[in-house]
Design a binder for this molecule. Structure first.
Ligand SMILES: NC(=O)c1ccc[n+]([C@@H]2O[C@H](COP(=O)([O-])OP(=O)(O)OC[C@H]3O[C@@H](n4cnc5c(N)ncnc54)[C@H](OP(=O)(O)O)[C@@H]3O)[C@@H](O)[C@H]2O)c1
Length: 333
């Protein structure tokens, strides 16, 4: 049995998902055992170098009586004995913090890092990969694009040897939910948005989602990680969904189309495309997915067009992507 110590930084929806999934499996996957030795939230840390009783810690967190020790996340990252840092703190698209510092410090120590946090990957992809390489560590971020949908792992192995020529898709479930309900039920944008907020599908401040910033971050991550570009948010042509009218959705429908918020990355020189915009998609096209689903079309030289459809968010769904990265690390470390 190969045992890998895991430190989890961030104990919100995704952190809890990862820990719940690990607890259900007692951390054991075939001949690999993940032992959770530290968990941090914004208020402190719980630690046990022999391995935490994760189920009990989850209960304590939900009851609000987590028995924290007097350590900050950065102290845990710099002092604790772990093999994989699971970094799942909130995304900040402007500074990348606090995740950027956490990931940097862990990589400096030669620790492997798995993150679902788009900020550090979109802002500092190359620097973080270089740091990981220099310190013989792995830096993986499957969960940052498309939640549960396999993207990077799919391109790394099943599509290995293929030249990817274009990626386009629906990478924001909130926008897709709003557009789907507007189209299917002929409801105006403002009404669907308020309902989405009530249901917890949209944030209280939905700007990140509806103005296409979240999708643009994913476009940047794909551009840099898949196509080796060196681009940032300002390089993406971006239009959100806030000015889509019911009238335009109706006209699209009469023509056999739906309107979707599409992110697209195409690398080729002068024809380079980096954009997020509402676009017409035929109703019977695989990208015309409904509700909060995400979908991606990966165009390749050998395999042709590959489609992936799945849940772009959610606690255990995102944990699925994180777990796949952890198991990849276990397979080669
Ligand atoms: N939710 C999804 O479905 C999903 C899907 C894909 C990617 N993501 C990304 O995954 C990340 C986590 O998302 P989430 O939904 O789990 O967020 P969340 O529910 O807001 O949880 C964030 C966690 O980070 C902790 N935290 C905040 N500031 C911190 C700091 N300075 N140091 C240490 N911990 C800190 C919070 O502590 P407290 O508990 O004390 O508040 C909380 O436990 C985000 O970057 C998000 O964009 C989320």
């Amino acid at each position: 049995m190969k045992t890998l110590n895991v430190a989890v930084i961030g104990f919100g929806s995704v952190g809890r998902g990862v820990l719940k999934v690990l607890a259900e499996h007692k951390g054991i996957y075939g001949d690999v055992e993940f032992k959770v030795v530290a968990i941090c939230d914004s208020k402190g840390a719980v630690m046990d170098k022999k391995g935490l009783d994760v189920e009990n810690v989850l209960k304590q967190k939900s009851n609000g009586d987590l028995k924290r020790v007097n350590k900050t996340s950065i102290e845990v990252i710099n002092e604790c004995d772990y093999d994989i840092l699971v970094e799942v703190t909130p995304t900040d698209a402007t500074t990348g913090e606090p995740g950027l510092t956490y990931i940097t410090e862990a990589l400096k120590r030669g620790k492997n890092v798995v993150t679902s946090n788009k900020g550090p990957v979109a802002l500092k992809y190359k620097a973080l990969c270089d740091l990981a390489k220099k310190n013989n560590a792995l830096f993986l971020f499957e969960a940052t694009v498309g939640g549960a949908m396999p993207m990077f792992n799919l391109m790394r192995m099943p599509l290995a040897g293929n030249k990817v020529t274009n990626i386009m898709g629906i990478f924001n479930g909130t926008c897709n939910y709003i557009l789907t309900r507007m189209a299917n039920e002929e409801l105006p944008y403002d009404m669907v948005l308020s309902e989405a907020k009530e249901l917890g599908i949209a944030e209280a401040d939905p700007t990140y989602d509806v103005e296409g910033i979240d999708t643009a971050l994913k476009v940047v991550i794909l551009a840099n990680a898949v196509f080796g570009m060196d681009v940032s948010l300002k390089d993406v042509d971006r239009v959100g969904i806030s000015s889509i009218s019911l009238e335009s959705l109706k006209l699209a429908s009469e023509a056999g189309m739906v309107i979707k918020l599409i992110g697209e990355v195409k690398p080729n020189g002068e024809e380079r495309v980096l954009k997020v915009s509402p676009r017409l998609v035929p109703k019977n096209h695989p990208l015309a997915v409904q509700g909060t689903l995400n979908a991606a079309m990966i165009q390749t030289k050998l395999a042709g067009d590959i489609f992936v459809i799945g849940k772009g968010a959610g606690s255990v769904e995102t944990a699925s992507a994180i777990l796949s990265d952890m198991l990849y690390i276990a397979s080669i470390k």
